[in-house]
Design a protein around this ligand. Structure first.
Ligand code: AP5
Ligand code: ZN
Length: 215
């Protein structure tokens, strides 16, 4: 199964992708997680990316295209992939098509998780993240022990780019640069819209029904 999970910041892409990756046994590839791991490790890529991420801007296309190409060529993608946070611009989508052509793994479907701006702000402001990649919400998806990750026990934190002004900027960038991909994939006959305003379980059920068609 070759899938893109698409949607605005805070739509629930990461939350859903983690569960779906387990259920369907395909790798979850989150460009945001890869970039944050690089920031934590202080790599050259991480240092460069952080400048953009902290402002809510996109990291330049050429950086992301190289990164996603390397990741998709890894052996675990033989069985498929679940992309989260890529592509985010038309040039990234065009490059993806070329890469997937080269590795003969064309997209099956692009699942657009549709969530209102108001809900995005609520979700992001309550999000708590763990360096292991898990994320929680203080109201909607609290950890078992307050402030600690269920998976690894580490202290949860708020992402640097989850402050209200940066979230507003991320939404503006989404509307300008990323949203046009909805038409792009609609024209290719690859887009399926999902109402993302329901509970985590409800959205998971709806996406699973779509993914079951491509098993
Ligand atoms: P990235 O990490 O991809 O951020 P994003 O797209 O803004 O998405 P988020 O991680 O904020 O949200 P999500 O949809 O995964 O929601 P989540 O499941 O956590 O990118 C960060 C930055 O990296 C970018 O700004 C950019 O600088 C750079 N970058 C990354 N990829 C790039 C690319 N391709 N090109 C250029 N730059 C790139 O859920 C949010 C919260 O809501 C959580 O607390 C969760 O518990 C809760 N929640 C989830 N679902 C529900 C539900 N159904 N009901 C109630 N609460 C819910
Ligand atoms: Zn953890």
């Amino acid at each position: 199964m070759n899938i893109v999970l698409f949607g605005p910041p805070g739509a629930g892409k990461g939350t859903q992708a983690k569960e779906l990756s387990q259920k369907y046994d395909i790798p979850h590839i989150s460009t945001g997680d890869i970039l944050r791991a690089n920031v934590r490790e202080g790599t050259e890529l991480g240092l460069k990316a952080k400048e953009y991420m902290d402002k809510g801007e996109l990291v330049p296309d050429q950086v992301l295209i190289g990164l996603i190409k390397d990741r998709l060529e890894e052996p675990d993608c033989e069985k498929g992939y679940l992309l989260d946070g890529y592509p985010r611009t038309i040039p990234q989508a065009d490059a993806l098509e070329d890469i997937l052509g080269e590795i003969s793994k064309p997209l099956d479907v692009v699942i657009n998780i549709d969530v209102s701006d108001e809900e995005v702000v609520k979700r992001i402001s309550g999000r708590r993240t763990c360096s292991c990649g898990e994320s929680y919400h203080v109201m909607f998806n609290p950890p078992e022990k307050e402030g600690l990750c269920n998976a690894c026990g580490a202290q949860l934190y708020q992402r640097d780019d989850d402050s209200e002004d940066v979230v507003r900027q991320r939404l503006a960038v989404y509307n300008e640069k990323t949203k046009p991909l909805i038409n792009y994939y609609e024209e290719k006959g690859l887009l399926v819209n999902v109402d993302g305003n329901g509970s985590v379980d409800k959205v998971f059920e709806t996406i699973s029904e779509i993914m079951d068609r491509y098993k």
